[in-house]
Design a protein around this ligand. Structure first.
Ligand code: HEM
Length: 204
C-alpha cells in the first residue's frame, strides 16, 4: 500500500514534465515554445521546493510520520525541474552561447540569483542520500537548512522577472512566509531549551 502511494506521488510529480514533453512534441507550447518551457519549469521548481518545505511543519502539526520521505522526494523533484529549467535556458534560449551564458550569470542579477538557487539545489541533491547523511553527521542538518535560502532566492528571481504584476510572487511568497516563520519559531524554541538545559547543568 505504502509503495503504491509512493509510486502515485512519483507519477503525479512527473506529470508536469510529461505534459510539457507532449506539448513540445505536438508543437503546442505556444508562439514562443522556449519561453513557455522556461516559465513552466521555473514555476514547477518553485512549487516543488515549497512542497518540500511544507512537509516538516505538516508532519509536526499532524503527527503523520509517513509524510517524512516525501520531503526528499519533492526536494529531488525541485532539483529535477530546476535542471530542466537550466537546460532549457542553455539549449533553447541561449543556444549554447557559453560566453553569453557566463556573462548573464555574472552580470544579470536575476540570472545570478537563479543560478545561486540552482547551485544550492545541486548541493542538497548530492547530499540527500542516507549515506551522505551518515557521513556528514550534524553538519547535514545545517547544510540542508539552505533549502530555505534556495526558496528565497527563487522567489527573488521570480520578482525580478515579473517586475510589475507581482501577483504570482505574492501567492508563492504568502506560502513561503508562514513556512519561514514556523522554522524561525522552532529554531528559537530549540535554542531556549538548550540554554535552559545548560544553565541547569551549570547550577548542578
Ligand atoms: C540555473 C539558473 C537559472 C536560470 C539561468 C534561470 C533563467 C530563467 C529564465 C531565462 C526565465 C524566463 C524569463 C522570462 O520569462 O523572460 C526564468 C523563469 C523562471 N524561473 Fe528561472 N532560472 C534559473 C533558476 C531558477 C530556480 C532555481 C528557480 C526556482 C527556485 C527559478 C524559478 C523561475 C520561475 C518561477 C520562472 C517563471 C517566471 C514567470 O512566471 O514568468 N529559476 N528563469
Amino acid at each position: 500500500m505504502l509503495t503504491a502511494i509512493r509510486w502515485l506521488v512519483f507519477s503525479i510529480s512527473l506529470l508536469p514534465f510529461i505534459s510539457l514533453l507532449c506539448a513540445a512534441i505536438q508543437d503546442t507550447l505556444g508562439p514562443d515554445p522556449a519561453d513557455t518551457l522556461a516559465i513552466e519549469t521555473g514555476v514547477w521548481t518553485l512549487r516543488f521546493l515549497l512542497l518540500s518545505l511544507a512537509i516538516t511543519p505538516l508532519r509536526e502539526l499532524s503527527g503523520w510520520v509517513r509524510l517524512v520521505p516525501y520531503r526528499r522526494t519533492f526536494g529531488l523533484f525541485a532539483l529535477f525541474y530546476a535542471s530542466v529549467h537550466f537546460l532549457t535556458y542553455i539549449v533553447f534560449l541561449l543556444q549554447f552561447r557559453w560566453l553569453e551564458i557566463f556573462d548573464d550569470i555574472l552580470d544579470r542579477p536575476y540570472i545570478t540569483v537563479g543560478f545561486l538557487s540552482f547551485l544550492i539545489l545541486v548541493v542538497l541533491g548530492c547530499t540527500s542520500s542516507k549515506v551522505m547523511m551518515r557521513k556528514l553527521g550534524r553538519r547535514w542538518k545545517k547544510i540542508h537548512t539552505l533549502v530555505y535560502l534556495a526558496n528565497i532566492l527563487g522567489l527573488i528571481h521570480l520578482i525580478w522577472i515579473l517586475r510589475t504584476d507581482l501577483t504570482e510572487a505574492v501567492i508563492y511568497g504568502s506560502i513561503l512566509l508562514p513556512l519561514l516563520i514556523y522554522r524561525a519559531y522552532k529554531y528559537f524554541v530549540a535554542r531556549r531549551a538548550k540554554a535552559g538545559l545548560l544553565s541547569r547543568v551549570d547550577m548542578a
